[in-house]
Design a protein around this ligand. Structure first.
Ligand SMILES: CC(=O)SCCNC(=O)CCNC(=O)[C@H](O)C(C)(C)COP(=O)(O)OP(=O)(O)OC[C@H]1O[C@@H](n2cnc3c(N)ncnc32)[C@H](O)[C@@H]1OP(=O)(O)O
Ligand SMILES: CC(C)C(=O)C(=O)O
Length: 522
């Protein structure tokens, strides 16, 4: 491997899983290990086999099934842990035993109650034992960044002498800062004999929000393996985020002059998979994979983006596996983006109409956090999307209970004020109301998603329902508000039905309206 190549050691399945709430089942770990292979990480730390029979089985299953990256397991410096790792990982074509022991004064005195010499003896014994079982052995002096430098160099020298092939320097509690970590790595490179014969690695935690910055400092100072996790999950504030580290090295190739073997187009799907499996949601503003990472609402930015994406984006979304940038229309948007959206929705407005629509849009955007294409369409059609249209809900009645099918009766008024009442039954009240709407209007929507938010507080809180529905193979989104959630859902569906019928009246194709769900995409 050339000296410009950084190995990516993914520990989502070990350190990531150690985060409270992130435990994964065997099946989930296997699924994720396949995604990590597709991402082309170099090493997968699959778990801590001594932790539980389940973790042993998971590491073993990953090792037995995976034929790509090196599969690694973590062990304390004792024969039982080391032998368990070996038994679990040996089925993989390439496997590694990772042993660790803490070296800082705090850990020596308060946790392990061991003297400096005893720690070195323990580490050397464990590395030798692991080397008898496996050619690829990694050693980590836990809490290295809070360890006395001269002693750390002594430990690392002893580890190399004992046969470690990778020495990893952890900032276990996220305490270091980039300039200090740079010095630490340069010190080790200068004072440890034969250090150039092993792979020098870094493992950072994010307690002060510097895990990626500290890892990059280590890389610039000579580390050639980075330990990281997808979405930065891990103990406490997490680990160095894989996607951030990889994209920093790639985007700032001019500075680092280094490369990884990662297929960056797999970053976004893998990130989504980890969020889905662990339930740890990705913050909207998270670098690289957050919902806002390639979204722009401010008019000046949108105008720049429309001329050339490089004005406000330093990476291409497709390089991360995100289909395209998102120009989100909101109260900060300007005329350029609004005009483009109007035209994408299939409308041709003259200058006067455009100005009027833009003013209406700004007024509505002041009141509404999320502006959907349906809102813009409603402005242009001069329609109050919440209440008017060919059909208006006059009244509705719902009966439901645990022992009987639900029944909904819906009374609608058309534009001539003629009334149409239809009743339907179904398993649940919402479904019954949708059925009745379909029969009354001739538009049978298929419900895909039903989201309920409380719009106000108190006993009489208004429920705001957003529905995602399919009609004729297209997806639509509608909103409705009421103190009664079934009524709010019915209003949300009726809003969509009215929009479909309005478009039909105007001879507009239903294709264009489909962009409704791709909120503000260009
Ligand atoms: C910084 C890191 O991420 S380190 C890795 C953290 N990961 C884990 O802890 C994995 C999950 N852990 C577990 O399931 C359990 O802690 C086990 C199975 C590993 C051990 O469980 P137990 O035997 O019940 O011990 P417990 O966790 O209570 O205490 C840790 C013991 O390991 C010892 N120990 C800690 N680190 C090491 C080490 N690197 N080498 C040898 N012994 C160690 C401690 O001194 C303590 O020993 P003692 O039982 O003789 O007092
Ligand atoms: C075991 C080591 C690598 C670790 O997880 C840490 O120190 O944070």
């Amino acid at each position: 491997m050339n000296d410009q190549r950084i190995k990516i050691f993914d520990t989502t399945l070990r350190d990531g899983e150690q985060a409270p709430g992130c435990s994964m089942t065997l099946r989930e770990k296997l699924r994720l290990s396949k995604a990590l292979s597709d991402l082309r990480v170099d090493i997968i730390e699959a778990g801590f086999p001594a932790a539980s029979p389940g973790d042993f089985e998971a590491v073993k299953a990953i090792a037995d099934e995976n034929r790509g990256p090196t599969i690694c397991g973590l062990a304390r410096c004792n024969p039982e842990d080391i032998e368990k790792v070996h038994a679990a990982v040996k089925g993989a074509d390439n496997h590694r035993i990772h042993v660790f022991v803490a070296t800082s004064a705090i850990h020596r005195e308060h946790k392990l109650k061991m003297a400096k010499e005893e720690i070195i003896k323990t580490a050397v014994g464990a590395i030798r034992h692991a080397r008898e079982l496996c050619d690829d052995v990694e050693f980590s002096p836990e809490d290295a960044s809070r360890t006395e430098l001269a002693y750390l160099a002594e430990v690392v020298s002893a580890a190399i002498e004992a046969g470690a092939t990778t020495v990893n320097i952890p900032d276990t509690v996220g305490y270091t800062v980039p300039a200090e970590f740079d010095k630490l790595f340069r010190y080790l490179k200068k004072h440890v004999a034969r250090i150039e014969e092993i792979t020098l690695s870094v493992h950072c935690h994010n307690d002060l929000g510097m895990a990626v910055a500290n890892s990059l400092a280590a890389v610039a100072a000579g580390a050639r393996q980075v330990e990281c996790t997808i979405n930065g999950i891990g103990e406490r504030a997490g680990n160095c985020s894989l996607e951030e580290l990889v994209m920093a090295v790639r985007t700032r190739g001019d500075f680092f002059d280094l490369e990884t073997g990662i297929d960056t187009t797999r970053l976004y799907p893998t990130s989504r998979m980890v969020a889905n499996i662990t339930g740890m949601q990705i913050p909207r503003n998270k670098a690289i994979v957050g919902e806002n990472a390639f979204a722009h609402e401010a008019g000046i930015h949108q105008h720049g983006m429309m001329q050339h994406a490089s004005t406000y984006e330093i990476m291409r979304p497709e390089d991360i596996g995100i289909s395209k940038s998102n120009l989100v229309l909101g109260k900060h948007s300007g005329r350029h983006a609004f005009r483009e959206r109007v035209s994408n929705l299939g409308f041709m407005l003259d200058e006067f109409e455009m100005n009027r629509a833009f003013q209406e849009f700004k007024k509505l955007a002041d009141k509404k956090k999320d502006m959907y294409d349906g809102d813009i369409e409603a402005i242009i059609l001069n329609v109050d999307s919440a209440s008017s249209g060919p059909w208006t809900l006059k009244s509705m009645e719902v009966q439901s209970g645990t022992e009987q099918a639900a029944r909904a009766s819906v009374s609608l008024l058309n534009e001539e004020s003629a009334e149409c009442t239809v009743a339907a039954t179904a398993e649940g009240p919402m479904e019954a109301a949708f059925k009745a709407l379909g029969q009354a209007t001739g538009i049978a929507l298929v419900l895909r998603k039903f989201e309920l938010h409380s719009a106000t507080a108190g006993d009489d809180a208004q429920g705001e329902v957003t529905v995602m529905v399919d009609y004729n193979g297209k997806s639509w989104r509608g909103h409705g508000t009421s103190v009664d959630i079934v009524e709010a859902g019915t209003r949300a569906c009726l809003e969509v039905i009215n929009r479909i019928l309005r478009r039909r009246e105007r001879g507009l194709d239903e294709e264009a309206a489909n962009s409704d769900i791709n909120r503000a995409s260009i």
